[in-house]
Design a protein around this ligand. Structure first.
Ligand SMILES: Cc1cc2nc3c(=O)[nH]c(=O)nc-3n(C[C@H](O)[C@H](O)[C@H](O)COP(=O)(O)O)c2cc1C
Length: 162
């Protein structure tokens, strides 16, 4: 059984996390998408139903989930919603960011079914000092789409057997 709606939750000041988030949901083949962009403001109170897939994508700052992103996710809850967690980093290190995101998601009622990290152009990249310039590239986006494809259906399975 596959899900037909997704809550696409992201914080993305320089748009790389947003690109990864969109590629994942597109790969999952889900058309009914509720975007929750917390880049400029905190999310409103929302409860994600069990029948929907939650996709949470945030950047890594200093080896952690960007603190403002974490703060702005606080009103989001799930009713055992199958959830995919993603940390996007500038090819230095993501350290424990994905674990931090998991530590947020699970007590917020999200049933984590998968986690991934992707590389985005580092916010401090310049022409003179490029750091993962141009990422995510087409290969990254295709990989994100494939990751999304693999995860639709998995959530329903988890609910049935988990
Ligand atoms: C304040 C700050 C700290 C960062 N710290 C890290 C880091 O510890 N490791 C890393 O690989 N990238 C780090 N980055 C790079 C971002 O994780 C990367 O550019 C990411 O793609 C930004 O996501 P966004 O485009 O969705 O805003 C940092 C960026 C900023 C602005």
């Amino acid at each position: 059984m596959t899900v037909n709606e997704a809550y696409l939750i992201y914080f993305s000041p320089t748009h790389t996390s947003k690109q990864i988030a969109e590629a994942i949901v597109q790969g999952a083949g889900i058309k009914n998408i509720f975007p929750i962009n917390v880049t400029q403001q905190a999310a409103e109170e929302v409860v994600i139903p069990t029948s929907a897939l939650a996709i949470v994508v945030v950047p890594v700052y200093g080896g952690h989930v960007a603190p403002l992103a974490m703060e702005r996710l606080r009103n989001i809850r799930g009713l055992d919603a199958p959830t995919v967690l993603v940390a996007v980093y500038g090819n230095r290190a993501y350290e424990k960011a994905l674990m931090e995101l998991d530590a947020f998601a699970t007590p917020h009622g999200m049933k984590v079914i998968a986690g991934a990290t992707f590389i985005g152009e580092h916010s401090y990249s310049t022409d003179k000092h490029p750091i993962s310039a141009g990422r995510p590239d087409n290969f990254d986006l295709a990989f994100a789409a494939d990751f999304g494809k693999k995860n639709n259906g998995k959530g329903a399975g988890c609910r049935e057997y988990g």
